[in-house]
Design a protein. Structure first.
Length: 292
Protein backbone atom coordinates (compact mmCIF):
# COMPACT_ATOMS: atom_id res chain seq x y z
CA UNK A 1 0.00 0.00 0.00
CA UNK A 2 1.20 3.52 -0.79
CA UNK A 3 -0.74 5.15 2.03
CA UNK A 4 -1.77 4.41 5.60
CA UNK A 5 -5.47 4.74 6.19
CA UNK A 6 -6.18 5.88 9.74
CA UNK A 7 -9.47 4.32 10.70
CA UNK A 8 -9.58 6.53 13.78
CA UNK A 9 -10.12 9.69 11.69
CA UNK A 10 -13.24 11.05 13.35
CA UNK A 11 -16.41 11.62 11.23
CA UNK A 12 -17.06 14.88 13.12
CA UNK A 13 -13.85 16.36 11.70
CA UNK A 14 -14.90 15.41 8.17
CA UNK A 15 -18.31 17.01 8.73
CA UNK A 16 -16.64 20.22 9.91
CA UNK A 17 -14.50 20.26 6.78
CA UNK A 18 -17.69 19.90 4.70
CA UNK A 19 -19.23 22.81 6.62
CA UNK A 20 -16.20 25.07 6.09
CA UNK A 21 -16.18 24.26 2.38
CA UNK A 22 -19.91 24.96 2.09
CA UNK A 23 -19.55 28.29 3.90
CA UNK A 24 -16.70 29.36 1.64
CA UNK A 25 -18.51 28.34 -1.53
CA UNK A 26 -21.61 30.26 -0.46
CA UNK A 27 -19.54 33.36 0.30
CA UNK A 28 -17.66 33.17 -3.00
CA UNK A 29 -20.82 32.62 -5.05
CA UNK A 30 -19.53 29.35 -6.47
CA UNK A 31 -22.11 26.73 -7.37
CA UNK A 32 -21.97 23.81 -4.98
CA UNK A 33 -23.10 20.29 -5.88
CA UNK A 34 -24.61 19.31 -2.52
CA UNK A 35 -24.81 15.62 -3.43
CA UNK A 36 -21.03 15.41 -3.75
CA UNK A 37 -20.33 15.09 -0.06
CA UNK A 38 -18.18 12.01 -0.69
CA UNK A 39 -15.92 10.65 -3.38
CA UNK A 40 -18.38 7.82 -3.99
CA UNK A 41 -21.23 10.27 -4.65
CA UNK A 42 -19.15 12.13 -7.22
CA UNK A 43 -18.03 8.92 -8.93
CA UNK A 44 -21.62 7.71 -9.13
CA UNK A 45 -22.64 10.97 -10.81
CA UNK A 46 -19.85 10.51 -13.34
CA UNK A 47 -20.93 6.92 -13.93
CA UNK A 48 -24.52 8.07 -14.56
CA UNK A 49 -23.26 10.76 -16.92
CA UNK A 50 -24.81 13.57 -14.87
CA UNK A 51 -21.54 15.32 -14.00
CA UNK A 52 -18.66 16.17 -16.35
CA UNK A 53 -17.02 19.28 -14.85
CA UNK A 54 -13.75 19.99 -13.00
CA UNK A 55 -13.55 18.43 -9.55
CA UNK A 56 -11.64 21.13 -7.65
CA UNK A 57 -13.49 21.95 -4.42
CA UNK A 58 -15.89 19.01 -4.70
CA UNK A 59 -16.20 16.09 -2.25
CA UNK A 60 -14.15 18.04 0.33
CA UNK A 61 -11.96 15.92 2.55
CA UNK A 62 -11.57 13.11 0.00
CA UNK A 63 -8.42 12.35 -1.98
CA UNK A 64 -8.33 13.30 -5.66
CA UNK A 65 -6.02 11.61 -8.15
CA UNK A 66 -4.61 11.95 -11.65
CA UNK A 67 -5.06 8.98 -13.95
CA UNK A 68 -2.79 7.29 -16.49
CA UNK A 69 -3.88 4.03 -18.17
CA UNK A 70 -1.43 2.24 -20.44
CA UNK A 71 -0.56 -1.28 -21.66
CA UNK A 72 1.16 -3.59 -19.17
CA UNK A 73 4.29 -3.84 -21.34
CA UNK A 74 5.08 -0.22 -20.44
CA UNK A 75 3.96 -0.51 -16.83
CA UNK A 76 7.30 -1.36 -15.18
CA UNK A 77 9.07 1.56 -16.84
CA UNK A 78 6.28 3.98 -15.97
CA UNK A 79 6.34 2.76 -12.35
CA UNK A 80 10.07 3.49 -12.20
CA UNK A 81 9.53 6.84 -13.89
CA UNK A 82 7.03 7.81 -11.17
CA UNK A 83 9.46 6.75 -8.44
CA UNK A 84 12.23 8.90 -9.93
CA UNK A 85 9.91 11.89 -10.43
CA UNK A 86 7.87 11.72 -7.24
CA UNK A 87 7.00 15.43 -7.03
CA UNK A 88 4.90 15.55 -10.23
CA UNK A 89 4.03 11.81 -10.15
CA UNK A 90 3.37 10.73 -6.54
CA UNK A 91 2.05 7.20 -6.87
CA UNK A 92 -1.07 6.26 -4.89
CA UNK A 93 -2.09 2.98 -6.53
CA UNK A 94 -1.45 0.70 -9.50
CA UNK A 95 -4.17 -1.69 -10.63
CA UNK A 96 -3.58 -5.24 -11.78
CA UNK A 97 -3.58 -5.73 -15.57
CA UNK A 98 -7.10 -5.79 -16.98
CA UNK A 99 -8.70 -4.86 -13.64
CA UNK A 100 -10.55 -1.50 -13.77
CA UNK A 101 -11.12 -1.28 -10.00
CA UNK A 102 -8.93 0.95 -7.81
CA UNK A 103 -9.40 -1.41 -4.87
CA UNK A 104 -7.21 0.46 -2.36
CA UNK A 105 -8.21 4.03 -3.15
CA UNK A 106 -11.89 3.38 -3.87
CA UNK A 107 -13.25 -0.17 -3.43
CA UNK A 108 -15.98 -0.91 -5.97
CA UNK A 109 -14.85 1.84 -8.33
CA UNK A 110 -14.56 1.52 -12.09
CA UNK A 111 -11.72 3.51 -13.65
CA UNK A 112 -13.47 3.32 -17.05
CA UNK A 113 -16.54 5.35 -16.06
CA UNK A 114 -15.90 7.06 -12.70
CA UNK A 115 -14.16 10.22 -13.93
CA UNK A 116 -16.02 13.24 -15.36
CA UNK A 117 -13.86 13.44 -18.50
CA UNK A 118 -11.05 11.46 -20.14
CA UNK A 119 -8.40 12.17 -22.75
CA UNK A 120 -7.49 9.52 -25.33
CA UNK A 121 -3.93 9.53 -26.68
CA UNK A 122 -2.74 7.75 -29.82
CA UNK A 123 0.89 7.88 -30.91
CA UNK A 124 1.60 10.91 -28.76
CA UNK A 125 -1.42 12.92 -29.87
CA UNK A 126 -4.49 13.64 -27.76
CA UNK A 127 -7.18 12.67 -30.28
CA UNK A 128 -10.40 13.00 -28.28
CA UNK A 129 -12.10 13.74 -24.97
CA UNK A 130 -14.91 11.49 -23.79
CA UNK A 131 -17.08 10.68 -20.77
CA UNK A 132 -16.16 6.99 -20.52
CA UNK A 133 -13.60 4.59 -22.00
CA UNK A 134 -15.48 1.30 -21.73
CA UNK A 135 -15.00 0.39 -25.38
CA UNK A 136 -11.28 1.23 -25.28
CA UNK A 137 -10.44 -0.92 -22.27
CA UNK A 138 -8.15 -3.88 -22.96
CA UNK A 139 -7.17 -6.92 -20.92
CA UNK A 140 -3.55 -5.80 -20.62
CA UNK A 141 -4.25 -2.28 -19.39
CA UNK A 142 -2.99 -0.98 -16.04
CA UNK A 143 -4.22 2.16 -14.30
CA UNK A 144 -1.88 4.41 -12.34
CA UNK A 145 -3.40 6.82 -9.82
CA UNK A 146 -1.17 9.76 -8.93
CA UNK A 147 -1.66 12.24 -6.11
CA UNK A 148 -3.29 15.59 -6.94
CA UNK A 149 -2.99 19.09 -5.46
CA UNK A 150 -6.80 19.33 -5.29
CA UNK A 151 -6.39 17.07 -2.25
CA UNK A 152 -5.14 19.89 -0.01
CA UNK A 153 -7.19 22.76 -1.37
CA UNK A 154 -9.90 22.44 1.27
CA UNK A 155 -7.12 22.63 3.90
CA UNK A 156 -6.04 25.95 2.39
CA UNK A 157 -9.66 27.13 2.47
CA UNK A 158 -9.92 26.19 6.15
CA UNK A 159 -6.77 28.27 6.77
CA UNK A 160 -8.40 31.26 5.01
CA UNK A 161 -6.06 30.86 2.04
CA UNK A 162 -8.56 29.93 -0.69
CA UNK A 163 -7.14 29.11 -4.14
CA UNK A 164 -8.11 31.74 -6.69
CA UNK A 165 -9.56 29.30 -9.24
CA UNK A 166 -12.08 28.12 -6.63
CA UNK A 167 -13.03 31.71 -5.83
CA UNK A 168 -13.53 32.40 -9.54
CA UNK A 169 -15.20 29.06 -10.34
CA UNK A 170 -12.55 28.11 -12.89
CA UNK A 171 -10.23 25.21 -13.61
CA UNK A 172 -6.76 25.60 -12.10
CA UNK A 173 -4.19 27.15 -14.50
CA UNK A 174 -1.35 24.79 -15.50
CA UNK A 175 1.86 25.53 -17.38
CA UNK A 176 4.61 23.73 -19.25
CA UNK A 177 8.04 24.44 -17.76
CA UNK A 178 11.74 24.04 -18.47
CA UNK A 179 12.19 21.72 -15.46
CA UNK A 180 13.59 18.49 -16.88
CA UNK A 181 12.42 15.11 -15.63
CA UNK A 182 14.50 11.98 -14.99
CA UNK A 183 14.02 9.73 -18.02
CA UNK A 184 13.11 6.04 -17.90
CA UNK A 185 12.76 4.11 -21.18
CA UNK A 186 10.39 5.99 -23.51
CA UNK A 187 9.21 8.27 -20.68
CA UNK A 188 10.96 11.64 -20.69
CA UNK A 189 10.19 15.34 -20.93
CA UNK A 190 9.57 18.41 -18.75
CA UNK A 191 7.43 19.11 -15.70
CA UNK A 192 3.99 20.71 -15.78
CA UNK A 193 3.07 22.96 -12.84
CA UNK A 194 -0.17 24.35 -11.43
CA UNK A 195 -0.38 27.95 -10.23
CA UNK A 196 -2.20 29.72 -7.42
CA UNK A 197 -1.54 33.40 -6.63
CA UNK A 198 -0.93 34.61 -3.07
CA UNK A 199 0.39 37.64 -1.22
CA UNK A 200 4.10 37.39 -0.36
CA UNK A 201 3.35 37.21 3.38
CA UNK A 202 1.03 34.24 2.76
CA UNK A 203 3.48 32.07 0.84
CA UNK A 204 5.25 30.67 3.91
CA UNK A 205 1.96 29.38 5.36
CA UNK A 206 0.88 28.01 1.98
CA UNK A 207 4.20 26.18 1.57
CA UNK A 208 4.03 24.76 5.09
CA UNK A 209 0.47 23.46 4.64
CA UNK A 210 1.00 21.91 1.22
CA UNK A 211 4.41 20.56 2.17
CA UNK A 212 2.65 18.28 4.64
CA UNK A 213 1.17 16.37 1.68
CA UNK A 214 4.09 14.92 -0.31
CA UNK A 215 1.72 12.35 -1.85
CA UNK A 216 -0.22 15.30 -3.33
CA UNK A 217 2.78 17.15 -4.87
CA UNK A 218 3.90 18.70 -1.57
CA UNK A 219 5.46 22.14 -1.27
CA UNK A 220 5.79 24.62 -4.17
CA UNK A 221 8.57 24.16 -6.71
CA UNK A 222 8.82 27.90 -7.41
CA UNK A 223 7.49 31.12 -5.87
CA UNK A 224 7.29 34.49 -7.57
CA UNK A 225 9.73 34.00 -10.46
CA UNK A 226 7.98 32.19 -13.33
CA UNK A 227 10.78 33.05 -15.77
CA UNK A 228 13.15 30.84 -13.78
CA UNK A 229 11.15 27.77 -14.82
CA UNK A 230 10.50 28.86 -18.39
CA UNK A 231 7.06 30.45 -18.00
CA UNK A 232 6.75 33.66 -20.01
CA UNK A 233 3.17 34.73 -19.27
CA UNK A 234 1.17 33.57 -16.23
CA UNK A 235 -2.04 34.84 -17.85
CA UNK A 236 -1.77 32.25 -20.64
CA UNK A 237 -1.81 28.72 -19.20
CA UNK A 238 -1.29 25.69 -21.47
CA UNK A 239 -3.97 23.76 -19.55
CA UNK A 240 -6.94 24.80 -17.43
CA UNK A 241 -8.04 28.43 -17.29
CA UNK A 242 -6.41 31.73 -16.37
CA UNK A 243 -7.17 33.38 -13.02
CA UNK A 244 -6.83 36.91 -11.70
CA UNK A 245 -3.42 37.93 -10.34
CA UNK A 246 -4.18 40.90 -8.10
CA UNK A 247 -1.87 43.80 -7.29
CA UNK A 248 0.78 42.79 -4.80
CA UNK A 249 0.34 39.04 -5.37
CA UNK A 250 2.92 36.59 -6.69
CA UNK A 251 2.36 33.34 -8.60
CA UNK A 252 3.07 30.17 -6.63
CA UNK A 253 3.79 26.99 -8.60
CA UNK A 254 3.42 23.32 -7.66
CA UNK A 255 4.43 20.17 -9.50
CA UNK A 256 1.36 18.91 -11.36
CA UNK A 257 -0.05 15.51 -12.27
CA UNK A 258 -0.65 16.65 -15.85
CA UNK A 259 3.11 16.10 -16.26
CA UNK A 260 2.61 12.52 -17.58
CA UNK A 261 0.47 13.92 -20.39
CA UNK A 262 3.45 16.01 -21.47
CA UNK A 263 5.59 12.89 -21.30
CA UNK A 264 3.12 10.91 -23.41
CA UNK A 265 3.65 13.27 -26.32
CA UNK A 266 7.29 12.18 -26.37
CA UNK A 267 6.58 8.49 -25.71
CA UNK A 268 4.16 8.14 -28.65
CA UNK A 269 2.52 4.96 -27.33
CA UNK A 270 -0.23 3.42 -29.52
CA UNK A 271 -2.98 4.00 -26.93
CA UNK A 272 -3.02 5.72 -23.54
CA UNK A 273 -5.95 7.03 -21.49
CA UNK A 274 -5.67 9.87 -18.97
CA UNK A 275 -7.98 12.15 -17.02
CA UNK A 276 -8.79 15.45 -18.70
CA UNK A 277 -6.84 18.19 -16.87
CA UNK A 278 -8.78 19.24 -13.77
CA UNK A 279 -11.25 16.35 -14.06
CA UNK A 280 -9.93 13.97 -11.44
CA UNK A 281 -10.64 10.54 -9.99
CA UNK A 282 -12.01 11.05 -6.46
CA UNK A 283 -11.42 8.26 -3.98
CA UNK A 284 -12.79 7.09 -0.64
CA UNK A 285 -9.68 7.65 1.47
CA UNK A 286 -9.35 10.96 3.29
CA UNK A 287 -6.94 13.78 2.55
CA UNK A 288 -5.57 13.47 6.08
CA UNK A 289 -4.55 9.90 5.33
CA UNK A 290 -1.93 11.32 2.95
CA UNK A 291 -0.61 13.86 5.43
CA UNK A 292 2.97 13.37 6.52
Amino acid sequence: SHFNCRASWHPFCVCMRHLRQWQFLRQSGRRFFASFETGRALREACRRGTFEGPTSGLAPGYVQANLVVLPQKYGADFLTFCAKNAAPCPLLEVTNPGVPEAAKTAPGSDIRVDLPKYCVWRNGVMVEERKDVLDLWQDDMQAFLLGCSFTWEDVLIAAKLPPRHIEENRNVPMFDTSIKLKSVGVFKGSMVVSMRPYKPDETESVARITGSYPAAHGKPVQIGRPEQIGIKDVSVPQYGQSVTLRDGEVPVFWACGVTPQNVLREAKLPLVITHAPGHMFVGDILNEDLKR
